[in-house]
Design a protein. Structure first.
Length: 256
């Protein structure tokens, strides 16, 4: 079967004055791929996601989602089209309960229902199913601001995935988690992959990147300097030179 390109970036750039945050990126992501993006702080990784997900206007280039140009399409519309993302700073409605967060995403995230609708039994039953799937049922009535970081991250993934996106962008999904929590998140990623969702994630934790991704990209100064197997990162001379001082071998060895 021919491979299907689900996400394509053509010469995508972002300039902030003299600073080139994203520099002429060309990239094709195939349907079903799981791609991990690494690179030093300030490399342009989050800005790249902001361009793809419509949060920031490009300075140049085009992005195609499932073959259609999407530059200029607002983020909520992209979400309704099947392009979902999570954020580097764990997000959620802190003063609402876990169940209320799920219900809000369920009702308004699909793009079909309108404000003012009444929450029905079907909404609550679906919310219960989602909380069970993400091991959040015991926290249903807890305020999101009070729950542990791992659970807030799981909630963020749940709200992004519940409307069955074609592509899921995750910005540092395991940042700040402990090694056992990262293991739990690796399992969660396996479940999300089984749904057939194409995943592109940014991550500094190399153990997560090499375990979860089947393809790795490294960004540096707005450019892609590596595109290959996760295992090949450690021996790549360009990557090593970028991480001079913190050996690429150690990096891939997985400081969690
Ligand atoms: N709104 C903005 N205005 C000006 N400069 C910006 C803006 N947003 C990002 N930048 C700059 O663009 C560069 C890339 O930032 P970005 O946040 O994309 O990096 P990153 O690779 O995600 O880094 P990290 O790993 O620390 O999250 C940085 O130099 C940053 O200061
Ligand atoms: Mg970032």
């Amino acid at each position: 079967m021919a491979e299907q390109c689900i996400l394509e970036c053509r010469n995508v750039s972002k300039h902030y004055g003299a600073l080139v945050a994203v520099d002429d990126i060309d990239l094709r992501i195939q349907s079903g791929e799981t791609v991990g993006i690494g690179g030093p702080n300030g490399a342009g990784k989050t800005t790249f996601f902001d361009l793809i997900s419509g949060l920031t206007a490009v300075s140049g280039g085009q992005v195609l989602f499932n073959g259609d140009p999407i530059i200029g399409v607002p983020p909520h519309q992209l979400f309704h089209m099947g392009l979902a993302r999570t954020f580097q700073v764990t997000d959620g409605f802190g003063s609402l309960s876990v169940e209320q967060n799920i219900l809000a995403s369920l009702v308004y995230g699909g793009g079909k229902e309108r404000p003012g609708i009444l929450l029905g039994k079907r909404h609550r039953m679906r919310a219960a199913e989602i909380m069970e799937e993400y091991h959040l049922s015991h926290l249903a009535q807890a305020m999101v601001s009070d729950i542990p970081a791992l659970d807030r991250k799981k909630l963020m993934v749940a709200t992004a995935v519940m409307h069955d996106p074609k592509v899921l962008l995750l910005d540092e999904p395991v940042g700040g988690l402990t090694p056992p929590e990262i293991d739990a998140f690796i399992e969660l990623m396996a479940d999300v992959r089984k749904k057939g969702i194409s995943i592109v994630f940014i991550e500094h934790v190399m153990r997560f990147l090499t375990t979860v991704a089947d393809r790795a990209l490294i960004m540096h100064q707005g450019r892609l300097i590596y595109d290959g197997t996760p295992q090949g990162i450690a021996s790549d001379e360009t990557v090593k030179s970028v991480y001079l001082g913190s050996s690429a071998d150690q990096m891939v060895g997985g400081a969690a």
